[in-house]
Design a protein around this ligand. Structure first.
Ligand code: NAD
Length: 297
């Protein structure tokens, strides 16, 4: 039987529509809307394209959006001052600094200068700690793991008591999603195993998974015989495996052998069109959440 596809494109649409509606209600009630500032240093084409997408999405939802472009040679001190300005601006609820930053700037210093209550990317150590504590403490979840959890919940996958295996232990995907799935709460309460490059028998662990989350960055790493029949497979990997000569666009593949896997599992995310589109939607959701806290609505 062919697995049900969990479409990130469709779920993103639904989330953005929900956020937009809440923004309208907030405006009616308080006269205010969520405020997001996106700081872009320099002019790397990839960074410009990411920032443009974030800005466009924020504007389409009715956010107060500031795109603050800074020159490549901005000093660390100047950038820290700018962050301080937005930390103290009551109309700004989310501060994003697009990475990577130029060499003269210590990105750790910059990211930790952001007020944790406005850190909608959730990379600040305070937010990492809050995530670990869980419950009400965890104001923001980092956007890619939050998108993964949302896809699991909205696809109707049972998480309570489920065996979850996470392939990969990075700070931005593997570790946070593993912690989130192990917490008490909706879309969690799972029994979680993290596997990585030093794991002895990757296949045996994956085969136990009711929910398999793969974030390794290795195309085709997960073979069909590693997949438990009927399970839910979330493929986070985005790998460029070639170039479409006609369109000039990169050909993308996930970390799972999709064509074979979809004949075994119950539900699966495609690449592209799976986890990828979710990240920006969750960023917008975090900014809305931050504004709700600040405005007490
Ligand atoms: P990373 O390189 O920081 O971490 C990869 C992890 O996978 C490491 O912990 C490593 O131990 C593990 N790993 C690598 N090869 C392995 C192997 N052969 N066997 C077992 N474990 C192995 O990567 P990351 O930042 O976590 O990203 C992982 C993938 O997810 C990448 O393809 C990335 O492009 C993608 N990604 C997608 C999104 C999105 O769609 N929004 C966001 C972040 C990352």
């Amino acid at each position: 039987m062919t697995a049900e596809l969990i479409s990130g494109t469709e779920i993103r649409k639904a989330i953005l529509a929900e956020v937009k509606e809440e923004v309208e209600q907030m405006k009616e009630k308080t006269g205010k809307v969520p405020g997001l500032v996106t700081i872009l240093v320099g002019s790397s084409p990839a960074s410009i394209s990411y920032v443009t997408l974030k800005v466009k999405t924020a504007i389409s939802l009715g956010f107060h959006e500031i795109q603050d472009d800074q020159p490549e040679d901005i000093s660390e001190e100047e950038l820290l001052k700018l962050i301080d300005k937005y930390n103290n601006d009551p109309d700004i609820h989310g501060i994003l600094v697009q990475l990577p930053l130029p060499k003269q700037i210590d990105d750790k210093k910059v990211l930790t200068a952001i007020n944790p209550d406005k850190d909608v990317d959730a990379f600040h150590p305070v937010n990492v700690g809050r995530l670990m504590i869980g419950g009400e403490e965890a104001i923001f979840h980092p956007c890619t793991p939050a998108g993964i959890q949302e896809m699991i919940v909205r696809s109707g996958t049972e998480t309570s008591g489920a065996e979850v295996v996470v392939v990969g232990r990075s700070n931005i995907v593997g570790k946070p999603i593993a912690m989130m799935m192990a917490q008490k709460g909706v879309g969690a309460n799972s029994t979680v195993t993290i596997v990585h490059t030093r794991t002895k028998d990757l296949a045996a662990h994956c085969l136990r998974a009711d929910i398999l989350i793969v974030a390794a960055g290795v195309p085709g790493l997960v073979k069909p015989e590693w997949i438990k029949p009927g399970s839910t497979v979330i493929d986070v990997g985005v790998n460029r495996i070639g170039m479409n000569e006609k369109t000039g666009k990169a050909i993308l593949s996930g970390d799972v052998d999709f064509e074979a896997a979809k004949e075994i599992c119950g539900k699966i995310t495609p690449v592209p069109g799976g986890v990828g589109p979710m990240t920006i939607a969750m960023l917008m959701k975090n900014t809305l959440k931050s504004a709700k806290y600040a405005l007490k609505v």
